[in-house]
Design a protein around this ligand. Sequence first.
Ligand code: FAD
Length: 390
Amino acid sequence: MAQINDEQLKEIIVIGAGVVGLTTALRIQEKGGYRVTIVAETFPTDPKSIRYTSHWAGAHHVSHATDERQRKMDQETFKVLWELSAPGRDTENLFVRHQQTEYRGDDLSSADWLEFMPDFKYLPENELIVGSRLAYSFSTITMNTPVYLNWLLARFLAQNGSIVRGSLQHIGQVIEGGASIFTDGKALRPVDAVVACVGLGARTLGGIEDKDVYPIRGQTVLLKAPWVRFGRTMTAADGTYTYTMPRSDGTMLVGGTRVPNDWYPLPRPEITEDILARALALTPELAPPHTRENHATTVNDLLPIVIEPGCGLRPGRKGGIRLEAEWFDGPKGRKVPVVFNYGHAGYGFLSSWGSASMALEILEGVLSGNGAPPAKAVAENASTIGTPGN
Ligand SMILES: Cc1cc2nc3c(=O)[nH]c(=O)nc-3n(C[C@H](O)[C@H](O)[C@H](O)COP(=O)(O)OP(=O)(O)OC[C@H]3O[C@@H](n4cnc5c(N)ncnc54)[C@H](O)[C@@H]3O)c2cc1C
């Protein structure tokens, strides 16, 4: 790339420091030609909060893509994460590479969207478990999400990225004043573009107020179980979804629930108990080895290894992820593009790098456009339906 002096850098504000905002900021920063500032109310270094979904995710890479655009995003992301998790890489320990087995009791005859995964195979009928009609396995990764998020933030900061804490009421606030509205009010340079990665915040943030965005509540339990290093899921005939995911620090995240429009911010004790019972039925190996030697294990055997129950609100969106740009009125009659990248429901980690690439493509398209700005620039093959994901 030709050397660009400081004055020529385009000023980009990314709103949001969840997995989507951090990954998008990195993609833009690493393209070159941009100075990127992340403005957010919550960062990965903060304590876990219901207002920040990314801390609560598993997160394994198990795609649920129903359309071409989503498949493309998920596959690109898998490639990046698989490389980062390669044995010997300094990032290896952010991940566990493991065998994943999925049991389906619902009405599914194939899982063709997952056939690209390494070691993918359908299991023979004699390996089905009670309640399943189809099963398949493959190799994938699970991230240790709190650590992975902090690694993303550290990588962004180490490359001269800036972060500013602030809670926006309206997107117009940063369009006019940039990140300086939360510091001294003296913007050094006008903002060239804003990228909104605000997750569930898109429902209420002024200037976006997207009523297609809604919470899909998910409850989990974190266990200490370093003796289990594989993942399983079970989708029951009634849609109940149970998973057990191994993390690199010897913990296991087990779940789950997927309840649309449930905003309750704390784990419900009766659901914690139900999750433990379902997780133990799916993965009896969760019980500490000594308890399995002399009796039939029960949920009581898991209680000593419980670290904490958890609960997060996935940013669901009717229509799937919003990836498009609109032009807003800026200061002194200028038009400023805003690129949207939100609504990742239960697949924000597993589609993060792919959706960040699409957001970058849209950004470069609108910034290089000559003449009158188009009203909207939309990613190709936009989804018409959304899936809840993990
Ligand atoms: C239980 C559970 C399990 C999951 N498992 C998986 C999995 O296995 N794999 C997977 O890929 N995904 C999984 N997910 C989904 C994943 O967690 C989400 O898709 C992802 O975290 C969404 O990230 P985000 O950056 O869009 O939102 P968030 O992480 O919520 O970040 C939003 C950011 O925007 C900021 N913001 C919002 N509004 C404003 C405002 N007005 N002013 C300033 N800042 C603002 C917030 O402060 C925050 O920094 C799971 C989710 C849950 C709850």
